[in-house]
Design a protein around this ligand. Structure first.
Ligand code: FRU
Length: 481
């Protein structure tokens, strides 16, 4: 297995343990002076089975300390086949994790909980399930999300209901112990997943309130295609029922799912997503790992009701030397060599079309292998093209489109930020849209940057240097026991 840090596809800045499987971020909470990030984790193999809750913590979102595994399936118990997704809250003295108890012999994953009184080092599971059965009419049921509002605790659970529609059920509690079912918070009115014929369910509902307004984030799952993409509804709530005024896709890339929210102590909403592999399973097995979390993102609401995302401002602290600095050009010639950067880097660019033709940047680590990021003024889109990003046929190709905000003048400049780290690429528009994509070049970084097509551009790029990471998670006492 090529599991050493020399694996050029293994992210250095993005959170994930050095080996094995991860999926959703879970239980994001601020407790005892630390940000806690838990995540779906199989510590034994790079495949999704027997998922545990892995755990990192950080005082500053820069330096991360791997922690002992928090939750492990109990053989023969209510979560024998997996401690599935959920979240955690701090009530000051303890952290309480709410999660989905998975058994292969049950179609639903009932809600249960565990608590920690030592900052997340050790956890005690409740002896019985917290909410043993789904409400009538549910055909899928999992992924609790708990938050505090005034003097009560509230919980959403992801579901599908009759008519093949995604839904989130609402519960309330005064003490985190006794929960009262209020009914559906929101039900999808779209029904079937377009083009699949499968039924749709909502996984991992998350809720952020912004004063009078709220944002409900749901991960769309369909019975045929499995996990699909992430939608956010913006609207307001009246006595347990949420009324959306708009919805949009949260991330326009192919490799982003199951994001989770963390209310930071300074009032910010932070969000991490799961970015799955876009290469075949045999290659992940050989590499010994699969999946990564995205960067932490700051999430805000725009006055016109869109969710706006940018990398958390702390990521700026990871910038090392600036290796590319190009002031605004009148018209860069095709193929202009802009310099090299990486292996992990943070880039900002201003692209302004010089004709109606697409133009932008080409990033490559070897001849014949390139990831292209271009502005298509006629279509009003930023296009990320990984069709030739890897010479290895086991890497998935594809072209992805990030629509510019409605009303963008086709001749105007577009500001973007691109963070590349191993095999994950996150693209952000300054207007708040995001696109996450994986790519697996066979060449070895640094990356060389060129212009592609006709374009006016300004570019700056910095190497990224990860903050500290202490002992690998696998050395935790909990796993050794
Ligand atoms: C989302 C998801 C959740 C589930 C977990 C299992 O990716 O399917 O619905 O709880 O992953 O790992």
């Amino acid at each position: 297995m090529s599991t050493s840090p020399a694996d050029p596809h293994l992210p250095a800045v993005h959170l994930r343990p050095p080996r094995n499987w991860i999926n959703d971020p879970n239980g994001l909470a601020f407790h005892d002076g630390h940000y806690h990030v838990f995540f779906q984790y199989n510590p034994h193999a790079p495949v999704h089975t027997q998922v545990h809750w892995g755990h990192y913590r950080s005082p500053d979102l820069v330096n991360w300390e791997p922690q002992p595994i928090a939750l492990t399936p109990t053989p023969g118990g209510y979560d024998a086949d997996g401690c599935y997704s959920g979240n955690a809250v701090s009530d000051g003295s303890r952290m309480v994790a709410f999660y989905s108890a998975h058994r292969n012999d049950r179609w639903w994953q009932p809600v249960t909980s565990a608590e920690s009184r030592d900052g997340g080092l050790t956890w005690t599971k409740r002896p019985d399930l917290l909410i043993p059965t789904p409400p009538d009419g549910a055909t899928m049921y999992r992924d609790p999300y708990v938050w505090r509002e005034g003097d009560r605790w509230r919980m959403l659970v992801g579901a599908s209901v009759e008519g093949d529609r995604g839904a989130a059920f609402l519960y309330e509690s005064a003490d985190l112990e006794h929960w009262h079912h209020r009914g559906p918070f929101l039900t999808d009115d779209d029904g079937h997943a377009p083009g699949t014929g499968g039924w749709t369910g909502w996984e991992c509902p998350q809720y952020a309130s912004f004063g009078e307004q709220g944002a409900l984030v749901v991960s769309l799952w369909d019975a045929v295609g499995g996990p699909r993409d992430v939608r956010v509804y913006v609207g307001s709530e009246d006595d347990g029922a949420f009324t959306p005024t708009a919805h949009h896709r949260l991330d326009h890339g192919p490799d982003f799912y199951a994001p989770a929210l963390l209310p930071a102590p300074d009032g910010r909403w932070l969000l991490w997503g799961w970015s799955w592999e876009a290469r075949d399973a045999a290659w992940s097995d050989e590499a010994g790992w699969a999946g990564t979390l995205t960067l932490p993102r700051e999430v805000t609401l725009t006055p016109d009701g869109r969710v706006h995302q940018q990398p958390a401002r702390e990521i700026l602290k990871l910038r090392g030397p600036r290796t590319i600095h190009l002031p605004e050009q009148t018209a860069a010639p095709e193929g202009l060599d802009l310099g090299e950067v990486g292996p992990a880097f943070d880039l900002t660019a201003r692209l302004r079309p010089s004709t109606r033709e697409p133009g932008g940047l080409r990033l490559s680590t070897a001849p014949g292998e390139h990831l292209d990021i271009t502005l298509d003024p006629a279509a009003g889109e930023l296009v990320v093209d990984r069709d030739h990003a890897s010479l290895d046929p086991r890497a998935r190709p594809g072209r992805y489109r990030l629509p510019l905000p409605e009303g963008t003048d086709p001749g105007s400049a577009v500001d973007l930020r691109v963070v590349v780290d191993g095999s994950i690429v996150e693209v952000y528009l300054a207007t708040g849209e995001a696109l996450t994509v994986r790519c697996y070049p066979t060449g070895t970084p640094p990356w060389r940057l060129h212009t592609l097509g006709p374009v006016h551009l300004a570019v700056e790029a910095w190497n990224l240097v990860a903050g500290s990471r202490t002992a690998p998670l696998e050395h935790s006492a909990a796993l050794a026991a």
